[in-house]
Unconditional design. Sequence first.
Length: 202
Amino acid sequence: MDEMTAEISEMPESIVTQSAILYVQNEYKAQGLNLDSMQMRYVLFSGIKMLGLALLGSCVLLAVLVPLVSPWDPTEMNAALGSQGVSLAHPFGTDKMGRDLFVRVWSGAGISLCVGLLSALLNGAFGVLYGAVSGYAGKTADLILMRAADVIASVPSLLYVILLMMAMGANVGSILLGLCISGWIDTARLVRGEVMRMKQKE
């Protein structure tokens, strides 16, 4: 056993890793399981992943429910309740304006989740469409479309957000629009490259 351990320790790490992978695959095949089911079991039964999933789900649930069921409005000011400490009525206390911090935290979390999800969906959808059209059209149309994307990408997205908030006010719509102005460009470039590669194969 000691000689075998010494031989394994002297082997290159890549060979040891490949041997371990083949061994695990053969073991699962002998049990009638494929790699997909093994990966699914690992995801479902890994304690750390389940803990992270539970925490994420709890945050999303609180972000949705707390602003709906709480008697306190996240924007309503009440000088009589200003700067109160932690209590059952106000788990995080209140600010100088008398606004409940617990409600404000989860209300802000809900807004952040909405903006993140919507911007990802909109940027993904528009980026795929724009890149597919540019890659499929090719030649002059592709040149014009991608140079327009380069011009848009030359301005930082944060600057778009600031300018739109100054013009439209500080609201979810202006933030979302600012993030979507240039957020689709990386997706469009990837899709364009894949479409052009598929065209060349044909």
